[in-house]
Design a protein around this ligand. Sequence first.
Ligand code: AP5
Ligand code: MG
Length: 192
Amino acid sequence: MFNLILFGPPGSGKGTQSEKLIARYGLKHLSTGDLLRSEISRQTSLGQAAKNFMDKGELVPDEVVIGMISSSLDENPGVAGFLFDGFPRTSAQAEALDKLLQLKKESIGVMLALHVTEEELVKRLLKRGETSGRSDDNNENVIRNRIIEYQNKTAAVADYYQQFNKVVMVEGEGTIEEIFNDLCAEIDKRIK
Ligand code: AP5
Ligand code: MG
C-alpha cells in the first residue's frame, strides 16, 4: 500500500489535485471535509454538531474526525492506498492516524505540502464562494479564521512528519497541470 497525505492551508488545491491523483494512482480519497459535508447534507447528528464549528471556520473536535477516519479505513480493505486530504489537522490526529495504520501494519509514505501565499488563498476561496454554496467560503472573516486555525493548530502537523523525514514541499501556485506534474514526480520517486 502507498499512503499519501496531501497537506496545505484552506484553498491550496488539495481537493483539486486529489481528484487527479486518485485517477492516476488508484488511491482511495479520504477527505474529512467532504465526509463532514456529507454528514451535514444527510442531517445526521454528527453533521449537525460539526456544522456549528465549520460555519465559524473552526476545526471540528479531534474525536469526531478520528472516528470517521477509523471507520473509513475499515470500510476499504484491499485498496492500493489512501490519499488523506484535510486530515490530519492537529498533532493529536497525526498520532491517532499513525496508530490506526500501525494496527493494519501500514504507514504514511509521504506528506506532500502545497505552498500558497495567504492572499492567493483568500482570493481563490472568495471566488469559489460565489458559486460553491459552501457556507464557509462566502465570508472573508470565516476564510481568515480558517487560515488562523491552520496556522495555530495544523501547521505543526508538518513538523510531526518532518521528524520522520516524510515531508516534501511543493509549489502550489501555477497551473493545475504544472502542480499535478510536480506532485506526480515526487510520488513516482517513492513507489516501485
Ligand atoms: P476542508 O473541506 O478540508 O476545507 P479546507 O482545508 O478549508 O480547504 P478547501 O477544501 O476549501 O481547499 P483545498 O485545499 O481542498 O483547495 P481546492 O482544491 O478546493 O475543511 C472544511 C472544514 O471542515 C474545516 O474548516 C473544519 O471545520 C472541518 N474539518 C475538515 N477536516 C477536519 C479535520 N481533520 N479536523 C477538524 N476539522 C476538520 O481549491 C480551492 C479553490 O481554488 C477552488 O475553487 C479551485 O478551483 C481553485 N484552485 C485550485 N488550484 C488552483 C490553481 N492552481 N490556481 C488557481 N486556482 C486554483
Ligand atoms: Mg478541500
